[in-house]
Write a protein of this length. Structure first.
Length: 461
């Protein structure tokens, strides 16, 4: 064996060992994932304690007003922050790179729709199914030049049964016929990892099937009541039990009643050929109020997605809302939903799209929140805070002007020190003088009193 062969043999053995370990791990993951090509709710849509198929009744959730209120709010709010790619400067701060090619591609993904529509379609799929997909279209040299959103129901990750590859390809079925896409040509956004299929994300909608079904049934019930009894009717009946009303006679009275008292004939006079009595059917709309019943689905759906009910206009939140706490609720929605969602999407873009344009170790995908209205300080509170800081002497006027979005002034690089405070340079500060030691007062001496026997003053002992 040559020297070179002897040197390469350990490396080959190490490579084989790594391949064996990785292959075994993939094999385990493949067998685990083979329990269901979709997510668990697709293979067993029933929830605990019931055999009813709520998934079949609810569908993908797009027919639920509660769920679509959450989806619509997120789709409208998410694009307010601008996508950016930055690099670290010599001082250690990440500075955005202007007109980065990846950002420009996401902003104008293809000739047919904008980046905002790309995000809206992506977010809707991601919320409802736990998965969202983009397909990259490359030019002749392999660089991505277009991005297209693909409905999650039309694409699935695939892998070999032996587990040698985690994801070998994505199976895309736009017209029923499968098209194999390379993993590097697909951007796959997932909500976590589905334990029943580790190549896909989980859907939070699966935990809300009963709540969505309950609200749908309540809406159907209300609509049915309004459709059938929305217009208060009357009942015409014989005035005596001795009168026998035939079907033909009843239809004739009904037709005559409608003719006399509908349209322009409202309030007309009717003379019946036989004794009848007319009774108005009592119906109270309050009897069909399902307000409290519909609050529970609203509360649970908004809680699962981390968006306060008042933010999306749900009655469960509007009952206790004011203008002041609505602003706080919007900020809470950003902190509990938008920020985590954008961090997740930024991490996937960092892994799956940025490498097509730059070194992901040298650049970082993030978001610019400077133009998000809900996160901006109120001008009145901002000016009040800055004025107090300047008058207190720890903020220069020019520093305050910059924070307020104004230009600096030539005389603004100074401090306003209050009159009651004497500024002392730090190097002139002496050791503090210890406080004087308190001298205890002298002990009180007893004063002799008169002798009880003689009345004369006695001397002190």
């Amino acid at each position: 064996m040559s020297v070179a062969a002897r040197l390469l043999s350990p490396l080959r053995l190490a490579a084989k060992g790594a391949a064996f370990v990785f292959g075994g791990l993939n094999s385990f993951l493949s067998q685990w994932g083979n329990w269901g090509q979709g997510s668990w709710y697709q293979t067993d849509p029933r929830l605990g304690g019931t055999q009813y198929n709520y998934r079949e009744a609810v569908g993908d959730g797009r027919g639920s007003a509660i769920l679509m209120a959450v989806v619509s709010w997120l789709c409208r709010t998410f694009p307010e922050a601008a996508l950016q790619v930055g690099a670290e400067d010599p001082g250690g701060d990440v500075v955005a790179i202007p007109k980065h090619p990846m950002v420009r591609l996401v902003e104008r993904p293809n000739p047919y729709y904008s980046g905002i529509l790309l995000w809206m379609a992506t977010l809707a799929d991601w919320v409802l199914t736990g998965n969202a997909y983009w397909i990259k279209v490359r030019n002749g040299v392999g660089a991505p030049i277009q991005l297209y959103w693909v409905p999650a129901r039309l694409i699935e990750p695939r892998w070999p049964a032996d587990g040698t590859v985690y994801v070998s390809h994505y199976e895309y079925r736009p017209f029923g016929q499968p098209i194999a896409l390379r993993p590097e040509d697909v951007v796959h956004f997932r909500y976590g990892i589905d334990p029943m299929n580790v190549r896909k994300g989980m859907s939070l909608v699966a935990t809300l099937l009963r709540e969505i079904f309950t609200d749908d049934e309540a809406a159907n019930y209300t609509a049915s009541i309004l459709k059938n009894l929305g217009v208060v009717g009357v009942m015409v009946s014989p005035d005596s039990q001795d009168v026998d009303v035939t079907r033909d006679s009843a239809d004739r009275i009904k037709a005559e009643f409608r003719q006399k008292f509908s349209g322009d004939n409202r309030g007309d006079v009717m003379v019946a050929a036989q004794a009848i009595k007319v009774a108005t059917v009592a119906f109270n709309p309050k009897d069909m109020s399902l307000k409290d019943l519909r609050r529970i689905p609203e509360e649970r759906v908004t809680a699962i997605f981390g968006i306060p009910a008042v933010v999306v206009g749900m009655g469960a939140g509007l009952d206790r809302s004011t203008f002041s706490n609505f602003a706080e609720a919007r900020i809470a929605a950003y902190e509990s939903n938008v920020f985590p969602t954008q961090r997740l999407f930024a991490a996937e873009l960092q892994t799956q799209l940025l490498p097509d344009f730059a070194d992901p170790e040298a650049q970082e995908v993030g978001w610019d929140y400077s133009e998000v209205r809900a996160l901006q300080d109120d001008k009145n509170s901002l000016y009040t805070r800055l004025s107090q800081a300047v008058l207190a002497g720890w903020l220069q006027p020019n520093e305050a002007r910059v924070q307020a979005g104004m230009d600096e002034q030539p005389a603004g690089d100074c401090f306003y020190v209050p009159n009651v405070v004497t500024p002392v340079p730090a190097d002139h500060v002496t050791e503090p003088v210890p406080p004087p030691v308190a001298v205890p007062p002298p002990a009180l001496q007893p004063v002799p009193g008169p002798d009880r026997a003689t009345g004369a003053a006695t001397s002190a002992a």
